[in-house]
Write a protein that binds this ligand. Structure first.
Ligand code: ADP
Ligand code: MG
Length: 230
């Protein structure tokens, strides 16, 4: 595997069985993603985008095929090893932010660090710099209800990057935002990619949003159909 490749999928397949019915949202997918790449995934609803993202992030496991991330054979990990791998490798951003409503912005960003052998002061440094990076240094004590959607998503991004993940996954991160907030979130993802070299895989329905990535892939019925190189 070349040093430039961070993610390698081979014949990646996920089948769900519900009673007698089998569906295969992802079928025999081959894909390489480079270190430092900003990749967009598009495709109609139900085409397997979230399924793919969940496999890449170790939230779900493939039925068959292989997934290597940074040389590690992720498809061979046990459930508990996968959870530990995910916590140290992946940052995940969701369309609806998924912040804990009773915690402040600071506490939400601190959460993933509680699994680490860091003391309170070390955690504080990391949380403060992540909130600073997303432009919310003055919102530490706000709960999600006291923030706008765009601000909530920026807290969610701070939470995703505070562990310095090797891979940042975003599932329609601007899907619920107005134009201006979406623009701010995209500017932030751009900066994470260009200034910090963060590898990003992002699902989006919006061609203008996708155009800000390096490469856009189109999924249809669980298969890659075209590769749009701008
Ligand atoms: N946990 C699951 N159990 C059963 N079917 C699922 C599950 N997750 C996704 N699916 C099905 O897989 C297909 C692809 O879903 P998904 O990857 O969420 O599509 P997309 O994100 O492109 O809209 C859909 O038909 C969906 O209903
Ligand atoms: Mg989806």
């Amino acid at each position: 595997m070349s040093d430039d490749v961070l993610i390698r999928c081979r014949s990646l397949t996920r089948t769900y069985r519900r009673g007698e019915v089998e569906i295969t949202p992802l079928k025999d997918l081959d894909l390489d993603i480079d270190r430092g790449e900003f990749l967009a995934l598009m495709g109609p609803s139900g085409s397997g985008k979230t399924t793919l993202l969940n496999l890449l992030g170790g939230i779900d496991r493939p039925t068959s095929g292989s997934l290597h991330v940074d040389g590690e054979a992720v498809h061979t990990l046990s459930r508990s090893a996968l959870a530990a791998w995910r916590a140290r490798t992946i940052g995940y951003i969701f369309q609806l932010y998924n912040l804990v409503p009773v915690l402040t912005a600071y506490e939400n960003v601190e959460l993933p660090l509680l699994l680490r052998p860091l003391n309170r002061r070390q955690r504080h440094e990391r949380v403060a710099s992540a909130l600073d990076l997303v432009g919310l240094a003055d919102r530490h004590d706000h709960t999600p209800r006291q923030l706008s959607g765009g601000q909530e998503q920026r807290v969610a991004i701070a939470r995703a990057i505070v562990t310095e993940p090797r891979l940042l996954l975003a599932d329609e991160p601007t899907g619920d935002l107005d134009r201006e907030s979406a623009e701010q979130v995209m500017n932030l993802l751009d900066r994470l990619n260009t200034e910090l070299g963060q590898t990003i895989v992002m699902v989006t329905h919006d061609v203008k949003i996708a155009a800000r990535s390096h490469r856009t892939l189109l999924l249809e019925k669980g298969k890659l159909v075209t590769e749009v190189v701008p």
